[in-house]
Ligand binder design. Structure first.
Ligand SMILES: Cc1cc2nc3c(=O)[nH]c(=O)nc-3n(C[C@H](O)[C@H](O)[C@H](O)COP(=O)(O)OP(=O)(O)OC[C@H]3O[C@@H](n4cnc5c(N)ncnc54)[C@H](O)[C@@H]3O)c2cc1C
Length: 432
């Protein structure tokens, strides 16, 4: 956001609580991020940094997961699917996106914003914003134990899952359905091709490995040529309180996919970071803007990371929101209505994401069937590429949701036994 605004000549500053580079989860991008990198002349920097190119994604299941072999409308679906971004031209001039080391990537973005003229302050934590004066917003911040304040015309809250203003303004609604937790770390020397169907070309894909434990899966994300991020995502009820038992849980989960376990434990493969866990992370906000304030990225909403969308949504939030901010500065109208285009676009995009994720968890076999069905494959790929902001509801999503409804209603339906326990319709209606 700071890069967009500074590039347009706006005087702006960033307060970042941490000293960069700092570690962060969320390492695999989707291709819709390329539009932002292009807007910001950032693509050459991404190439210079030599982040692994991500040409596609693959989903794998244990070889004995025959339960997934059902016939759906003439297509036999199983859980082994993959997609290549090259199959659908997004008009962005490249058929891949990136996996990133977030310490390095986030620092690069901050430096880029700074080069456009944004003032970037690290080690400065914002404690709250006072909106009582109608002529400006007053930002209160800390450097060490000292407190300061400054004023500005518009505040953009990009505080991530800390949801600084969502908490202050009491906009946050916890998601009662997606209560996923994750535990993750990095491995050096793991041969990530060991799980690939096509060992020649899929080495740098993101892999999602399904586990036999309900709603539990593992991500495998290339960080460098040698380093791979591995994370287990599961439901809260499976997640033990103590650190030791969480680590045990990680390895117990991995063992359910013996090839993966052997690969991670093989000679030459070594865990190079302590485990880190992330909990209780799905929520929405009642609104994404108000007078003099806009929420972007995770500060505005977070849903399960199954499709690796968070960073790209955060980037695209700024792609849309900065236009409203520029107009607001130009017209002097700082009221909520000035940010209506942004709120509308984001509401539509995140609703599509949410519905897609819901279908995925509710009737997983439908997702794999649709990916394998030539009638729907490119439409599903469009969603996986992150192009979710231009349709009220993509036809493919309506079709999937209708099938889920039919299956839910009919206990004799061939797919009824495959229904997962997560269903989220009620929450969608209540959220932003
Ligand atoms: C388990 C898990 C796996 C994920 N996997 C993926 C993935 O593969 N791909 C993907 O795209 N996304 C993934 N995500 C989501 C991704 O992490 C986020 O969506 C993304 O980082 C959001 O970016 P952001 O800029 O909104 O927030 P952040 O990246 O969290 O940045 C917020 C910044 O604000 C700073 N901050 C917070 N509070 C204050 C304050 N009071 N004052 C000053 N600074 C403050 C923080 O220090 C931080 O640097 C995953 C998330 C989880 C939980």
């Amino acid at each position: 956001m700071a890069a967009y605004l500074a590039k347009a000549g706006v005087s702006c500053c960033v307060f970042e609580r941490e000293l960069m580079p700092r570690e962060h989860v969320g390492e695999s991008l989707v291709p819709s991020s390329t539009r932002v990198f292009k807007d910001l002349d950032f693509l050459p920097r991404m190439e210079e940094a030599k982040f692994p190119h991500k040409f596609g994604a693959a989903w794998t299941a244990a070889s004995d997961a025959k339960v997934y072999n059902v016939d759906f409308g003439g297509v036999s679906a199983d859980c082994h699917v993959d997609v290549r971004f090259a199959e659908r031209d997004q008009g962005v001039g490249q058929n891949y996106t990136y996996h990133v080391d977030r310490g390095k990537f986030d620092l690069m973005l901050l430096q880029h914003a700074n080069q456009f003229g944004a003032q970037v302050y690290e080690g400065v934590g914002v404690s709250g914003v006072d909106f009582t004066n109608l002529d400006y917003a007053e930002v209160n911040y800390n450097i060490g134990k000292k407190e300061f304040s400054t004023t500005c015309k518009i505040v953009v809250d990009a505080s991530g899952r800390k949801t600084l203003l969502g908490n202050q303004l009491k906009w946050r609604i916890q998601d009662p359905v997606f209560d996923q937790y994750a535990i993750h770390t990095w491995f050096d020397g793991y041969d990530r091709r060991c799980m690939a169907a096509d060992k020649e070309t899929q080495g740098d894909f993101i892999f999602i490995h399904f586990l036999p434990v309900t709603n539990t899966w593992v991500w495998q994300i290339p960080i460098t040529e040698r380093v791979t991020s591995i994370g287990v995502v599961t439901q809260k009820k499976n997640f033990a309180k103590s650190k030791e038992s969480r680590e045990e849980f990680f390895w117990e989960c991995i063992k359910t996919r013996p090839e993966l376990y052997e690969g991670l434990k093989a000679q030459g493969s070594q865990q190079i970071k302590p485990f880190k866990d992330e909990g209780d992370y799905s929520y929405a906000m009642k609104q994404l803007a108000s007078d003099r304030v806009v929420l972007v990225g995770d500060a505005g909403r977070f849903v399960d990371p199954i499709f690796s969308t968070g960073v790209s949504i955060a980037l695209n939030c700024s792609r849309f929101a900065h236009k409203d901010v520029l107009k607001s500065l130009e017209t002097g109208n700082y009221s909520r209505e000035a940010f209506a285009n942004y709120e509308k676009t984001l509401k539509l995009g995140t609703r599509n994401w949410y519905n897609f994720i819901t279908v995925y968890y509710r009737l997983n076999v439908l997702f794999t069937a649709f990916v394998q069905d030539p009638r729907y494959r490119l439409d599903v790929l469009k969603l996986l590429q992150g192009d979710v902001y231009d349709d009220a509801e993509p036809a493919v999503l309506t079709r999937m949701r209708n099938i889920v409804r039919q299956v839910e209603k009919d206990p004799n339906h061939a797919l009824h036994g495959f229904l997962g326990s997560l269903t989220a319709d009620a929450f969608v209606e209540a959220s932003a």
